[in-house]
Design a protein around this ligand. Structure first.
Ligand code: PCA
Length: 214
C-alpha cells in the first residue's frame, strides 16, 4: 500500500477553526486507487514543534506524496506555493507565544527549496474544473513557510517523493467576518483530489504562463 500524507493546521491568529484541517481531515482514509491510501494529520501552529510532528509522521508513514496545507486569509484562489525559504520572521506570535525574528529553519540548509509538485499542470487542471487556482511565489515567513521548508529539507534526499505546500483562502464562514474572498471546504477537497491524482502520475510539469509580473 502506498501512503499519501496530507497535513493541515490547528486554528491560529484568533480564528475558531482552520479550514486547512477541516479539508484534509475529510480525506483521511480516502483511496484514489486500490493500492493507495490517504492519511491526514494535524500540525500545531508552533515553530519547531510543527516540524517534530511532521518528521515523526514522515518516518511512521513513509509517504509517496506529501501535500501540506495552511490558511492564508485574503488569498483569492487555491494557492500552490513554489518556494520555501530558510527564514522565519513572525509578525504575530505562534500558538505557544514564540515569535522568532530573522532566524533560519535549518542552519545547515540552502536558502530555499522549490515545490516538487507539477504546479503548472495542477493550475491548468484545477481551472479546467472550475476551481480558482494560482502559483504563489511566497509562502510568507510564518509557520506555514517554516513547515514547507522543513518538509522539503527532510525529503531533499528522496526526489522520488513529490511534496509541496498549498495555501487556501478563508472559509465562507470566516470571510463573512472579514469581508474577503472565500473557498468552501467542499471545493478545497475537490481540488485536493485533483492534485493527488495528477501528482501521482509522476509526469513532468507542463509549460504554461503562470508567472507574475511583479
Ligand atoms: N497559516 C499560517 C500558519 C498556520 C496556517 O494555517 C501561515 O500561513 O503561516
Amino acid at each position: 500500500m502506498r501512503t499519501i500524507l496530507l497535513t493541515g493546521f490547528e486554528p491560529f491568529g484568533g480564528e475558531a477553526s482552520n479550514p486547512s484541517w477541516d479539508a484534509v481531515k475529510q480525506l483521511d482514509g480516502w483511496q484514489p486507487d486500490d493500492e493507495t491510501v490517504v492519511r491526514a494529520r494535524q500540525l500545531p501552529c508552533v515553530f519547531t514543534q510543527s516540524l517534530s510532528v511532521l518528521d515523526a509522521e514522515l518516518t511512521a508513514l513513509d509517504p509517496s506524496l506529501v501535500l501540506a496545507l495552511g490558511q492564508a486569509g485574503g488569498r483569492t484562489a487555491f494557492s500552490l506555493e513554489k518556494v520555501a525559504i530558510n527564514y522565519n520572521d513572525a509578525r504575530i506570535a505562534d500558538n505557544q507565544g514564540q515569535q522568532p525574528l530573522a532566524t533560519a529553519t535549518a542552519d545547515d540548509g540552502p536558502a530555499a527549496y522549490f515545490s516538487t509538485l507539477p504546479l503548472k499542470h495542477l493550475v491548468q487542471q484545477l481551472r479546467l474544473n472550475g476551481i480558482p487556482a494560482e502559483v504563489s511565489f511566497s509562502a510568507g515567513t510564518f509557520v506555514c513557510n517554516h513547515v514547507f521548508y522543513g518538509l522539503m529539507h527532510a525529503l531533499a534526499a528522496k526526489p522520488q517523493v513529490r511534496a509541496g505546500f498549498i495555501h487556501i483562502p478563508y472559509s465562507p464562514e470566516q470571510a463573512a467576518h472579514h469581508q474577503s474572498a472565500s473557498m468552501s471546504t467542499a471545493l478545497v477537497v475537490e481540488a485536493l483530489k485533483i492534485c493527488i491524482q495528477l501528482s501521482l502520475l509522476q509526469q513532468p510539469d507542463i509549460l504554461l504562463a503562470t508567472g507574475q509580473l511583479d
